[in-house]
Design a protein around this ligand. Structure first.
Ligand code: HEM
Length: 181
């Protein structure tokens, strides 16, 4: 199951290249196009986890020893995805600057612009990612319990739960709070 997700991770990383290039070319329509594909890939990766939720814990306990110290925490592609993701906000802010606008302005204009939809698609991606993290931590608690250490050596669900609140795009989230002041 993890290997299947790795293939989708590869597809995500491929779309990331296109997204970065579109930001650098200042082509908002193309950015949107890549983000929509990225978001459908994220939905697939999350949905895949549900197939493991009904895995009987007693069956998993039997095969767990064969994993040795292998764990998802060693996934190089997952780290590459995480590392690339915080760079999108900076690239997007630079694109806004090129277009003579700021994040806050996107939410003030008379009507939504393409750049507004790019901002919203980035937030959608962030939500999808956090959902994957939460679905995964619940899966972990359901299969091996909350207090069990991971095969990769972390505290297990405690470690994973702390990652759920991580944000790639703090400025995009903050822009909402501005409007309420
Ligand atoms: C029964 C199924 C699963 C269990 C019990 C499980 C358990 C765990 C645990 C306990 C960790 C924490 C690291 C450690 O100490 O090992 C972890 C991390 C991770 N797992 Fe799973 N996992 C399962 C399925 C999956 C699947 C299908 C994927 C698919 C991609 C996946 C991807 C990851 C990733 C990427 C991490 C690192 C997360 C991070 O560092 O933020 N896991 N997993």
């Amino acid at each position: 199951m993890h290997q299947a997700s790795e293939l989708w991770f590869k597809a995500l990383l491929h779309e990331f290249d296109g997204l970065v290039a579109s930001f650098e070319r200042n082509n908002a329509g193309e950015s949107l196009w890549h983000l929509q594909r990225i978001n459908s890939l994220m939905r697939i990766v999350s949905a895949q986890l549900s197939a493991l939720e009904t895995l009987p814990p007693q069956r998993f306990a039997k095969l767990r020893a064969f994993l040795g110290s292998s764990s998802g925490v060693q996934s190089e592609q997952f780290r590459a995805i995480e590392n690339a993701s915080p760079t999108f906000e900076e690239l997007f802010l630079r694109m806004l600057e090129t277009n003579g606008t700021k994040v806050e302005d996107l939410y003030l204009g008379p009507g939504p612009s393409t750049l507004f939809f790019v901002a919203e698609a980035l937030l959608e991606y962030e939500q999808q990612f956090a959902r994957w993290r939460f679905t995964h931590v619940q899966l972990v608690e359901r299969v091996i319990g909350a207090g069990t250490r991971g095969t990769g050596g972390t505290s297990g669900s405690g470690y994973l739960m702390r990652t759920v609140d991580q944000r790639f795009f703090p400025k995009l989230w903050e822009a909402r709070a501005h409007l309420q002041r």
